[in-house]
Ligand binder design. Structure first.
Ligand code: GRF
Length: 213
């Protein structure tokens, strides 16, 4: 089974959605490590409760940002992680980290390329768009700029505030992220430049994880 490592920085509701999908039998992957830059966050407690190995470290405890990411990458490598999933991980990954893994995915609470970076829901409200949503994409060295795998659209209602909108988007995030991870695990994502093609299911149930280029 595809070996996944998940990077988290906080609440971990997307991490939990991934765990639930696996428990339902909808996600043919193994979660082999959950790592964080914020020791003790709820996501890490949940991972522990699921018996999944965790790595917790503060970047302040390392001489440089590179040293922190190098230690994190080393731990993921030792766990033989094949796919890295960002689930509310609040740091930009250096290119040297990204280069070390076959693929890294992220989920972002907006319809990219609109509203990248922090406070995406607030950005959408302030801009006045009628629809926003969430995006799952492969990670490149930019900020939320990698090839898009899938998106879900969420309407903005007249009385929405940041909390109500975030909650409505989150419902879609929790469906979209496991679905995208599953596509990857089944070998059904093919990257063509900026575009990601979603391949039809194979006849046989034996998918080979990964994505073609
Ligand atoms: C989510 O909105 C996700 O899209 C963004 O950060 C938030 C993380 O929430 N990248 P959680 O920790 O998964 O609950």
């Amino acid at each position: 089974m595809l070996r996944c490592g998940v990077l988290v920085s906080g609440r971990g509701s997307n991490l939990d959605a991934l765990f639930q999908a696996k428990r339902r039998g909808d996600l043919p992957v193994e979660f082999v490590l959950v790592a964080t830059d914020r020791p003790g966050v709820p996501a890490i407690i949940n991972a522990r409760n699921h018996g999944i190995p965790v790595w917790e470290a503060s970047p302040q405890d390392f001489a440089t940002r590179e040293a922190f990411f190098s230690a994190m990458a080393e731990t993921l490598h030792k766990a033989q992680v094949e796919l890295v999933l960002l689930a509310g991980f609040m740091r930009i990954l250096p290119a040297s980290f990204i280069d070390r893994f076959p693929a890294i995915m992220n989920i972002h609470p907006a319809l990219l390329p609109a509203f990248p970076g922090l406070h995406a829901q607030r950005q959408a409200l302030e801009y006045g768009v009628r629809y926003t949503g969430c995006t799952v994409h492969f990670v490149d060295p930019g900020v939320d700029s990698g090839p898009i795998i899938a998106q879900a659209v969420v309407p903005i209602l007249p009385d929405d505030d940041e909390d109500s909108l975030s909650a409505r988007i989150l419902i879609e995030e929790h469906k979209l992220y496991p679905a995208c991870v599953r596509l990857y695990a089944e070998g059904r994502l093919q990257i063509e430049g900026r575009k990601v093609r979603i391949l039809a299911p194979r006849e046989s149930s034996e998918g080979s994880a990964g994505c073609g280029t």
